[in-house]
Design a protein. Structure first.
Length: 167
């Protein structure tokens, strides 16, 4: 027969279990909120570095190609005392590319350009249904046949869930 345990004997085990659960919960929380975002950030940085390295190598090869074209295809015009001109030209192109890259980095992301007609339609969609219904009210002389609805009638239909002009 098992020895009889009082309720006071089970308390330390319950407290220990609660403490273990709290510790495990804390460790899981730290993993979820700190380590997983850091792993995602690490992948982002790794792909960014790989991409920038590939672009740098590509630009370098392009500049060397421009240099070789200038040296070979200009014949004897850029030889002798003028042999520095292809190097200078390629240096100017390289500095221009670096300057444009630096300018875009400092300027930040470009603002999205929305066409004027698209901007007005999104403003109309954001209006509340009461404002739309006030602007949609038709004159008594207008007919309610299909295809002759006022411009905002379809927006009112979408906002209120009703269908007008289908009777």
């Amino acid at each position: 027969m098992a020895p009889f345990r009082s309720s006071s004997d089970s308390r330390p085990a319950g407290i220990r279990r609660s403490g273990d659960d709290a510790f495990k919960l804390t460790v899981d929380y730290v993993k979820q909120e700190a380590l997983e975002p850091l792993k995602g950030l690490g992948r982002f940085v790794a792909w960014g570095l790989a991409g920038s390295l590939a672009i740098a190598v590509g630009i370098l090869l392009l500049l060397v190609g421009i240099l070789r074209v200038l040296q070979e295809e200009t014949g004897t015009a850029l030889t002798g005392d003028w042999s520095w001109v292809p190097y200078f030209a390629v240096s100017v192109v390289g500095l221009a590319v670096a300057g444009i890259a630096a300018w875009r980095i400092v300027a930040g992301p470009a603002k999205r350009k929305v066409p004027k007609h698209a901007k007005k339609s999104t403003e109309t969609e954001l209006e509340s249904p009461t404002l739309v219904s006030k602007s949609v009210e038709s004159k008594p002389s207008e007919s309610k046949t299909f295809g002759t609805e006022p411009a905002g009638a379809t927006i009112e239909s979408q906002a209120t869930g009703t269908q007008e002009g289908t009777s």
